[in-house]
Design a protein around this ligand. Structure first.
Ligand code: FES
Length: 137
């Protein structure tokens, strides 16, 4: 057993559960398509991973941190939205604001499967949803 390098030179980390245990990629990928799996991401921030229809992970992780006042929020599969319980903000599946008061899209991170681990890395380039520099840089 060779443990993965937990912190990469680019600031990346290996996804863990809330107890700090590394989550095998196989465990996440065994979930049905459409699942949003919450893991501990960069700086321990809860981060949603999305299982796509083809059973692979979406390369964008989405921070579970509302851009209004920072509440965490659930995924609502019936409405296909992240819905913040604090003041009613809603986000589409890729984290764009559908309804305020949230002012900004949800923060992204890169998600890559490495062997049986999931690596989460800082997103520093253009936000593909806005075509602009990420607001979190
Ligand atoms: Fe989410 Fe206010 S913190 S809507």
């Amino acid at each position: 057993f060779i443990p993965p390098k937990e912190v990469g030179e680019d600031g990346s980390i290996i996804a863990k559960d809330i107890n700090g245990n590394i989550i095998p990629a196989s465990q996440i990928l065994a979930e049905p398509p459409g699942t949003r799996a919450l893991v501990a991401g960069l700086a321990g921030e809860p981060t949603y991973l999305t299982i796509r229809e083809d059973g692979t992970l979406h390369p964008w992780g989405i921070a579970d941190n509302c851009t209004h006042l920072g509440c965490t929020f659930p995924w609502n599969p019936n409405d296909d939205q992240f819905q913040c319980p604090c003041h009613g903000s809603r986000y589409d599946p890729e984290g764009r604001v559908v309804r305020g008061p949230a002012p900004l899209p949800l923060q992204l991170a890169h998600v890559n499967v490495e062997g049986n681990y999931i690596r989460i890395s800082p997103w520093t380039e253009t936000d593909p949803r806005t075509g602009k520099k990420p607001w979190w840089i």
